[in-house]
Write a protein that binds this ligand. Structure first.
Ligand SMILES: [Zn+2]
Length: 77
């Protein structure tokens, strides 16, 4: 939440002017601090190795099935 040190109070973000100044005193206000939840979402999420394995297995399986489909179509002609 934006904080105006001059007025010694918090400001709701919509009341802060577009240039980041306080509507009451015109002083620049402290920008809103990033919450703990937003900091947590910025952390890189490690991709689980078993999901990579699953994706690789699915790719191999789908490629195999696609090849089977090609063979099936070719053998019909
Ligand atoms: Zn102010």
């Amino acid at each position: 939440m934006p904080w105006c040190a001059e007025c010694d109070r918090f400001l709701s973000p919509p009341t802060v002017r577009g240039d980041g100044t306080c509507p009451s005193c015109g002083r620049p206000v402290e920008p809103a601090r990033a919450g703990a939840d937003s900091a947590a979402t910025e952390e890189p999420v490690p991709f689980p190795w078993h999901l990579k394995l699953l994706a690789g297995a699915a790719a191999v399986y789908l490629g195999y099935r696609a090849w089977q489909g090609v063979v099936w179509v070719v053998e019909r002609f």
